[in-house]
Ligand binder design. Structure first.
Ligand code: HSE
Length: 430
């Protein structure tokens, strides 16, 4: 006879934690039927007992002492929604030592310490579930782990940060400036406590790290990922991109090439006709290319209280089934291989470049010489009428070797005719 009630210790009652409680209140009966057991939140760790909450909870469940959850033998599973790395790491280790299953929404932690934690879980005969760590409410971990398990996956490509996608959408559709759009994203609860992680591309890189491990069965580390963020991205770039037929999106791309894995997060110009160009606001989307299935796209809300809660409740259902029937407890992550990481210099890309040049004879010629000398071929050029003797030039190159482009860029930077290189982004056509 299995357990009739699976007891949960919830760490945190912020955006994500309150989403979990709300879903259990809304859909409790259905969840019980699916899980084969009632799922009951027994204790909730909070920092401040008095703070107003987005959800109604019995105040007696709240505590500020983590031991009330981690040391309670009656609690079967710890759900970690506090974010950050150090405290969450400590609590999860402790939970596993105390024989509790773990569910976490913490991508930073899973990306940086997931390997060790999963090994510990295996030793303890337990498991860690982390569907909520990537893509909010979109199922991505399970499909990569299970549903697409028969494929050799060659590429994953997508928008996996809601905050930056929200900002880029508002800048492009509402002509809004960067800071106003960021403030809106923060007010809506998409941004991390410190939005730098979103803006610098780290949040997306943590998620790419987690997804690439599963997609490529590989021990990817966070430092293997090339990262360029969207801080300081100007409205002018969004405008020019539109004029040239592109949208700017912060893309996360993982590919398995002959030479190894290429893993990168960077702002990218993609054609307005590309399906990812119509992924707006906080929505996320991921393309997965597998040798058997072809191309699959996952799309939906990538952040927010109920969507992220939805992924956690699904994990709770799996934990309950697992506890009662001992199914679905394989930790495939511990069998991953080491694969070579390909450096960006070895890649070929097309580039978008915006620069300020003095409006005088020979400037275009010097640009052409710098590019021509490095075999960089130009695809499109825009020059608007100059203001106070300074012309703004925007150009897009054909696909070129990145090392050649960088060396052309260095010689342009040295040229006295060029006042400033404002922005450099990669362009992809598909
Ligand atoms: N800060 C994250 C984002 C939240 O904007 O996508 C979800 O992980």
């Amino acid at each position: 006879m299995g357990k009739r009630t699976v007891k949960v210790g919830l760490l945190g009652l912020g955006t994500v934690g309150s989403g979990v409680v709300k879903i259990l209140q809304m859909n409790g009966e259905q969840v019980t039927r699916r899980a084969g057991a009632k799922i009951e939140v027994k204790r909730i760790l909070v920092r401040d007992m008095e703070r107003p909450r987005a959800v109604e909870v019995n105040p007696q469940l709240l505590t500020t002492n983590p031991d009330d959850l981690l040391h309670d033998p009656d609690i079967d599973v710890i759900v970690e929604t506090i974010g950050g790395v150090d405290r969450a790491h400590k609590y999860i280790e402790e939970a596993l030592h105390h024989k509790k299953f773990v569910i976490t929404a913490n991508k930073d932690l899973m990306a940086t310490a997931g390997d060790d934690l999963l090994l510990l879980a295996q030793k303890q005969g337990l498991n860690i579930y982390y569907e909520a760590s990537v893509g909010g409410g979109i199922p991505l971990i399970r499909p990569l782990k299970h549903s697409l398990g028969g494929n050799r996956i060659t590429r994953i490509l997508g928008i996996i940060n809601g905050t930056t996608n929200y900002i880029l959408t508002r800048m492009s559709l509402e002509n809004m400036d960067f800071n106003t759009a960021l403030a809106e994203a923060q007010a809506k609860g998409f941004a991390e406590q410190d939005p730098a992680s979103d803006l610098e591309g780290k949040d997306a890189a943590y998620k790419l790290c987690i997804l690439s491990r599963l997609a490529f069965n590989s021990r990817v580390r966070f430092k293997d990922i090339y990262i360029q963020g969207i801080e300081g991205l100007s409205k002018r770039d969004v405008f020019y991109a539109g004029e040239l037929g592109y949208a700017i999106k912060l893309l996360a791309i993982g590919e398995e090439l002959q030479g190894g894995l290429v893993l990168r997060v960077h702002p990218t110009l993609i054609p307005l006709t590309h399906p990812l160009a119509s992924v707006l606001n906080e929505n996320n989307a991921l393309f997965v290319v597998g040798d058997a299935v072809g191309e699959v796209m996952f799309y939906g809300p990538g952040a927010g209280s109920l969507p992220t809660g939805s992924s956690i409740v699904a994990d709770l259902i799996d934990v309950a089934r697992n506890i009662n029937r001992q199914v679905e407890n394989s930790i495939i992550e511990n069998n991953f291989q080491e694969k070579r990481i390909v450096s960006m210099d070895e890649l070929s890309s097309a580039f978008y470049l915006r620069l300020q040049a003095r409006d005088k004879p020979g400037v275009f010629a010097s640009l052409a010489t710098a590019f021509g000398g490095e075999q960089v071929s130009l695809d499109m050029i825009i020059q608007k009428r100059s203001v106070q003797g300074m012309a703004e030039i925007v150009l897009v190159t054909h696909k070129v070797e990145e090392k050649n482009f960088n060396s052309a860029l260095r010689s342009i930077q040295r040229s006295p005719a060029i006042n400033k290189i404002n922005s450099v982004f990669r362009v992809i056509e598909k």
